[in-house]
Design a protein around this ligand. Structure first.
Ligand code: ADP
Ligand code: ASP
Ligand code: MG
Length: 418
């Protein structure tokens, strides 16, 4: 049982607004209306992202100033977008005659580790937020950022405001976290890539975690992990339409789960290949340990033994490609006293199918390969788990692959809603 915060007479509700939802002053006023409306039944605690396009603009500036730079200055720069959005939102709410206060992460103690641009939240102080709620003030908190033990500003990785929101909801013992975005729900595929994608009413944490880890950017993966760990339900919904979206929770009602519930893609994936790896596993262990220390998530790994020696290929997020190659090369020269023969592939994408129903249905992987073969789409790397099949394919074939998998696994919606 969660302890209720007894001195408040309505439930606390964390509401997170993404970049598009706060993308202009007009949209910020729309968000202010949603927040004020929710005062009737709840105590809203608001988390906001930077205005749409702003974080990309800051990334581009950093790249121009110092290509591939990572360090405290990078986090400080990227975190600045959220500061603008929360200040404007607080003003929009105050203009309507309500009290609101914007907070940066350090002002309310969102404590993280010190991994630059991929920090993880360790602790959140709730005193100030609760004090505000009791005084009728709406806290407006900057998403995506934290502060490490040396008071450096940190960021949680692209899309990280979802994680800020769920972590705050968990710290406040709220039952649910509302994620307002630019699509009305989670769909069976990214509706921008697969126009026939259909809305999913309910998803388990497990399915949503797979979708997020396979690249579906509608929710940041860590937000789903935290929601599952602390039992916070997530409601993904539109900030432009007043209606119910998708609930992500522990278990779902629908007994007739489809075998495959979604087709997920990641266009920002790259592959590193090492063609002269000496035999043995200790080199592999060290390499993956070094990558993990820098917060680089290695996804698909393939290792082959050829007469010429051991070969290794693995996929990483494209934004980490440069760092992954540098780490590999440094470690290789240090351990094996010779340069690594590295090849990289950056015009690739990952396409996956996900579904808990796969557990009881053999032959799903075979069907997946047949569909891609029929479209003449080559597969560079592949991986499967109990509830997913994933393949790295050429970027140019991504849309064709996603659409044909969506159709072949009977996910297309029958008639397009108007
Ligand atoms: P926000 O700025 O609100 O955080 P994001 O751009 O991070 O929004 O995430 C929303 C986007 O996620 C949508 O516009 C959509 O293109 C994309 N997306 C990817 N996969 C899915 C999916 N399965 N269902 C819904 N949206 C998806
Ligand atoms: N503004 C950050 C980004 O664009 C965080 C977020 O939007 O969740 O990645
Ligand atoms: Mg997002």
């Amino acid at each position: 049982m969660k302890d209720k915060i007894t001195t408040l007479d309505r439930p606390i509700q964390v509401k997170k607004f993404g970049g598009t939802s706060v993308g202009s002053i007009e949209r910020i006023h729309n968000v202010a209306r949603i927040v004020i409306e929710s005062l009737k039944n709840n105590y809203p605690v608001v988390v906001a992202s930077a205005m749409s396009g702003e974080t990309n603009r800051l990334v581009a500036l950093a790249e121009e100033a110092f290509p591939h730079y990572k360090g405290p200055a990078y986090d400080m720069l990227l975190a600045s977008g959220e500061q603008v959005a929360i200040a404007l939102l607080a003003m929009a709410i105050e203009r309507q005659g309500y009290k609101a206060k914007p907070y940066l992460a350090h002002q309310i103690g969102i404590q993280t580790d010190n991994v630059s641009s991929k920090a993880r939240i360790q602790h959140i102080q709730t005193e100030q937020i609760l004090k505000d709620l009791k005084e009728g003030i709406i806290p407006i908190i900057a998403g995506f950022q934290g502060v490490d033990e040396n008071f450096n500003i940190t960021t949680l990785g692209r899309g990280g405001s979802d994680t800020s929101a769920v972590a705050i909801a968990a710290a406040l013992k709220a039952d649910a976290c509302e994620i307002y975005t630019d699509v009305p729900a989670v769909f069976s595929a990214d509706p921008r890539l697969v126009p026939l994608a259909k809305e999913i009413k309910e998803l388990t944490f497990e399915e949503m975690m797979e979708m997020a880890s396979l690249g579906s950017k509608v929710l940041h993966i860590r937000s789903v992990e935290l929601a599952a760990k602390f039992g916070v339900k997530i409601h993904v919904r539109s900030s432009f339409q007043e209606r119910e979206g998708t609930w992500v929770m522990d278990s779902v009602q629908n007994l007739e789960k489809p075998v495959v519930s979604s087709v997920t893609h990641d266009a920002n994936t790259s592959v590193v290949k090492i063609n002269n790896l000496p035999e043995g596993v200790s080199g592999l262990a060290q390499l993956f340990e070094h990558l993990a220390q820098k917060g680089i998530v290695v996804d698909i790994i393939s290792q082959t033994h050829l007469p010429e020696g051991q070969r290794l290929a693995f996929s990483v997020p494209s934004e980490d490609l440069y760092q992954a190659v540098t780490i590999t090369q440094n470690l290789f020269t240090q351990m094996h006293k010779l340069p690594a023969q590295i090849e990289t592939m950056d015009k690739v994408a990952k396409v996956s199918i996900v579904g808990v129903g796969m557990r009881n249905h053999p032959g799903v992987a075979a069907h997946f390969f047949k569909i891609l073969a029929k479209q003449n789409i080559p597969i560079f790397l592949v991986t499967t788990s109990e509830i997913k099949v994933s393949a790295i394919i050429p970027s140019e074939s991504l849309q064709k692959a996603a659409q044909s998998l969506h159709t072949a696994f009977s996910l297309d919606q029958l008639s397009k809603e108007t």
